[in-house]
Design a protein. Structure first.
Lengths: 279, 384
C-alpha cells in the first residue's frame, strides 16, 4: 500500500532534516579545522580541543553552570511539585485561580522582563537588607528557580490530573493517613513526572542566557554567557570545539533516555502479554 | 458465649428490614448533598441492616455514586446525618471509618505486587508481620489467587484484577464493604459468572455489602434489597421481587425490566378488584387498590406475563386483545413480539421458545393474527 512514496514528501523530509542538522554538522567539521579563521579550511586537527582543555576559564564556566543547574533542578522540582499538588489536590481554595495564573506566568513572560524585574528586585533587596551583597552564583540560581519551577509545576499538574484520585482515595480508604498517602502512593506515582521535571529544569538552567546575563555579576560567567561573550568578538574555533562536546553530551543523554523508554515499553508489552495469557 | 450466639442467630432473620426491633447498621437521615447549585442527593432516609447485600440502582447521574462516596467519607453531606454502627460519621475521615471500598477502576497500586496491595490496609493497622502474611494467604484462597502473590496488577487479566480489588477491600474485615460498579469492567460472560461468586463470598464472610450499579440484572441477582434511585432520590426500596412485581411508579416499572404501560381511567373500584379502561380494552385487576372511580391511572403489564396464541381464548371476558404481529425479535431462548392492535397501539409480548421448530420456521410469524390474554393478577396498577 505504501510502496509508492510521494517524491514531494521525500523531498520535504530531506529538506527539513537538512535545515536541522547541516548547521550542526558544519560546526562539528569546523571544530577539527587547523586554521584559526573559522571559514577557511586548514586541514584536520584536534588543536582546538587541546587548547580548550587547557583553558581554565572554560572549565570554571562549565563547573559554575553545572552547579547552578543542579541546585536549580533540586529546588525547582521540590517547589514545583508542591505547587502542582496544591493546584490539583487541594480542591478549591481562596485565590486558586490567581495562584494558578501566577504559576504559569513565567512561561509566557518575555525573558527580558523576567530578567530585568529580578535584577531590580536584587538591587532593592541589597539596599534594604544588604543581601545579596553581590550578584553571581546565588542570584543566578534564584532567578533560574523562579522560572524553572513553573515548568515543573505544569508537568506535575498534568501528571496529577491524568492520574486521577482513585489510588489516593483507595489508600485513604484502607486506613492510610494523608501524609502516608503522599509518601506511599502519590510520590511513587509522581516519580517519573518529577524526574522529567528535574531534567527539564536542569536543561533550562544550562541553556539560559538572557536571564542569567541580567542577574549575573563580575566574575560569574555561566557557559552560555562565556560562549556568547567570546562569539561577539568573532567566530572562534575553540568555541566550535566546545559546542561539539556539548552536542556529543546531549546526544549521549538522548540515547540513554531513548534506551530507558524502549526498555519500559518492552516491560509493559511483557506485562500485557502476561495479562492476555490469563484471560 | 453460647447464649449470645443463640440470640444473634435469632436476630439474623432473612428480612431484617421488616423486624421493628433490629437495629440498622447504617442509618441515613435527611441526607442532602449539593455541588454548588446542583442537588446530587435530595433529603434521603435509609436504613441498611447487618448482613445485607444492598444495591443502589439507577442511571448515570442519579446520585448513587455520590451516596456511596459519602458512606466512604470522600464526600461530606451538605446536611443530614450518616450513622454507621451507632456512630455519627460527620467528622470521621475515610481512614478512620469502619468501611472499605472497592473502586470501579479497582484502583490497584501499580507499583506494588498483589501481596503488597493486599497488605497495604493491614500495615496501616500495624498488625504483626506474621498475621499479615496469614491474612493475605487466607483472603487469596477465598478469591482463588494463591499463585499470583508476586504478580503486578498490570500482569493480571481483568477478572483477576477485580478479585484482587475485592480481596484488598475485604482483608481488613470492615463492618461495611462499599462496591462501586464492581462488575462493570468485565465482559458479559464473566460478569454473569462473577455475580454469583460475589454473592457467595458475601455469604461466606458475612460482611454487609452496599453495591452501586446501573445494571438492573446485576442488582436483581445480587441483592437482598434494591433502592432504585432517580434524580438524587429513592424512588422505591425493596427486595428484587418487590421491585419487579410490585413497582410503585411508572419509572420503576419501566426502569426494571420492560413493561407495557397504558394510561387509563378507573371504571370500577371495589375492595377486591379494580377495572381500568385503556387502549388495550378494559383491564381487570384482581386486587384492591385505594383509587377513586374516574381517576387517571396507569396500568403496567410485563411482556412475559401476556399469553400469546393463534386461537382465540375459549373464555369470554376481560383481559383479552387481538392484534397482528408487527415485528419479532428472536433472542434464541425467547422471542419478543411487537403486536399491533386495531387502534394502532403496539404491545410487547415475550414468549419462551419451548419447542424446537421443525423446518426452522416458528409457528407465529409476521402479519399473523394473534390473541392476547393475561391473568387478572398480572396487571399492575400505578398511580404515578
Amino acid at each position: 500500500m505504501y510502496r509508492k512514496r510521494s517524491k514531494f514528501l521525500t523531498f520535504m523530509l530531506i529538506t527539513g532534516f537538512s535545515f536541522l542538522y547541516i548547521p550542526m554538522i558544519l560546526l562539528i567539521v569546523y571544530s577539527f579545522n587547523y586554521s584559526k579563521i573559522v571559514p577557511i579550511w586548514g586541514g584536520w586537527s584536534t588543536r582546538w580541543y587541546t587548547e580548550l582543555f587547557k583553558s581554565e576559564e572554560v572549565w570554571e564556566a562549565v563547573s559554575l553552570s553545572l552547579q547552578i543547574a543542579f541546585i536549580n533542578a533540586m529546588f525547582a522540582t521540590i517547589l514545583g511539585t508542591l505547587a502542582g499538588l496544591a493546584m490539583v489536590r487541594f480542591g478549591k481554595f481562596r485565590g486558586r485561580t490567581l495562584f494558578g495564573g501566577m504559576l504559569v506566568a513565567p512561561l509566557v513572560m518575555p525573558e527580558v522582563i523576567t530578567g530585568l524585574s529580578l535584577l531590580v528586585l536584587f538591587i532593592s533587596l541589597e539596599q534594604l537588607i544588604g543581601w545579596p551583597s553581590e550578584r553571581g552564583f546565588t542570584t543566578i540560581t534564584i532567578a533560574h528557580i523562579t522560572f524553572s519551577l513553573a515548568y515543573v509545576a505544569v508537568i506535575i499538574q498534568a501528571r496529577l490530573t491524568g492520574m486521577g484520585q482513585d489510588l489516593e482515595e483507595a489508600a485513604a480508604d484502607l486506613g492510610a493517613k494523608p501524609f502516608k498517602v503522599l509518601t506511599s502512593i502519590t510520590f511513587p506515582r509522581l516519580a517519573p513526572g518529577m524526574l522529567s521535571g528535574w531534567l527539564l529544569a536542569f536543561t533550562l538552567s544550562l541553556d539560559d542566557l538572557v536571564i542569567s546575563s541580567f542577574v549575573t555579576g563580575p566574575g560569574a560567567n555561566t557557559l552560555p554567557i562565556l560562549i556568547f561573550s567570546r562569539i561577539r568578538l568573532g567566530l572562534r574555533p575553540d568555541i566550535n570545539a566546545l559546542a561539539t562536546i556539548i552536542i556529543l553530551v546531549v546526544a549521549i543523554c538522548v540515547a540513554i533516555a531513548a534506551f530507558i523508554l524502549f526498555r519500559q515499553q518492552k516491560l509493559q508489552d511483557q506485562d500485557e502479554m502476561m495479562a492476555a495469557r490469563e484471560t | 458465649m453460647a447464649g449470645e450466639q443463640i440470640t444473634s442467630e435469632q436476630k439474623a432473620s432473612e428480612t431484617p428490614w421488616l423486624d421493628m426491633d433490629t437495629k440498622p447498621l447504617i442509618r441515613l437521615s435527611g441526607v442532602t448533598k449539593k455541588f454548588g447549585e446542583f442537588v446530587a442527593i435530595n433529603n434521603v432516609d435509609l436504613d441498611i441492616y447487618e448482613g445485607e447485600l444492598f444495591c443502589l440502582l439507577g442511571g448515570s447521574g442519579c446520585g448513587k455514586s455520590t451516596l456511596l462516596r459519602m458512606l466512604a467519607g470522600f464526600e461530606t453531606p451538605t446536611s443530614g446525618s450518616i450513622i454507621i454502627d451507632g456512630k455519627d460519621m460527620s467528622d470521621v475521615p475515610p481512614y478512620e471509618r469502619p468501611t472499605n471500598m472497592m473502586f470501579q477502576s479497582y484502583a490497584l497500586f501499580p507499583h506494588m505486587n498483589v501481596a503488597k496491595n493486599i497488605a497495604f490496609g493491614l500495615e496501616q493497622d500495624n498488625l504483626p508481620k506474621g498475621e499479615i502474611e496469614d491474612r493475605i494467604d487466607e483472603i487469596l484462597k477465598l478469591v482463588e489467587l494463591q499463585d499470583y502473590k508476586k504478580r503486578k496488577p498490570q500482569q493480571l487479566s481483568g477478572g483477576q484484577r477485580q478479585r484482587v480489588a475485592l480481596a484488598r477491600a475485604l482483608v481488613k474485615k470492615p463492618k461495611l464493604l462499599l462496591l462501586d460498579e464492581p462488575l462493570a469492567a468485565l465482559d458479559k460472560k464473566l460478569r454473569e459468572q462473577t455475580q454469583f461468586e460475589l454473592a457467595n463470598i458475601q455469604e461466606q464472610v458475612g460482611i454487609t455489602f452496599v453495591v452501586v450499579t446501573h445494571d438492573q440484572e446485576e442488582a436483581m441477582t445480587l441483592s437482598s434489597r434494591i433502592a432504585v434511585m432517580d434524580k438524587g432520590e429513592f424512588v422505591q426500596t425493596g427486595s428484587p421481587t418487590d421491585i419487579y412485581e410490585f413497582p410503585e411508579s411508572r419509572f420503576v416499572a419501566d426502569f426494571i425490566g420492560s413493561a407495557n404501560i397504558l394510561e387509563g381511567k378507573v371504571t370500577e373500584d371495589s375492595a377486591a378488584h379494580v377495572r381500568v379502561a385503556t387502549d388495550l380494552g378494559e383491564i381487570y385487576i384482581d386486587h384492591g387498590q385505594s383509587t377513586k372511580q374516574g381517576s387517571r391511572v396507569w396500568v403496567a403489564i410485563r411482556p412475559e406475563k401476556i399469553h400469546l396464541s393463534k386461537k382465540p381464548s375459549s373464555k369470554n371476558g376481560y383481559n383479552q386483545a387481538v392484534g397482528i404481529v408487527d415485528d419479532i425479535g428472536y433472542l434464541g431462548n425467547t422471542s419478543i413480539y411487537k403486536i399491533r392492535l386495531k387502534n394502532g397501539h403496539i404491545v410487547d409480548v415475550t414468549a419462551p421458545n419451548q419447542i424446537r421448530p421443525k423446518n426452522r420456521t416458528h409457528s407465529i410469524t409476521w402479519e399473523d393474527t394473534v390473541y392476547l390474554h393475561w391473568d387478572a393478577s398480572s396487571a399492575m396498577l400505578l398511580k404515578k
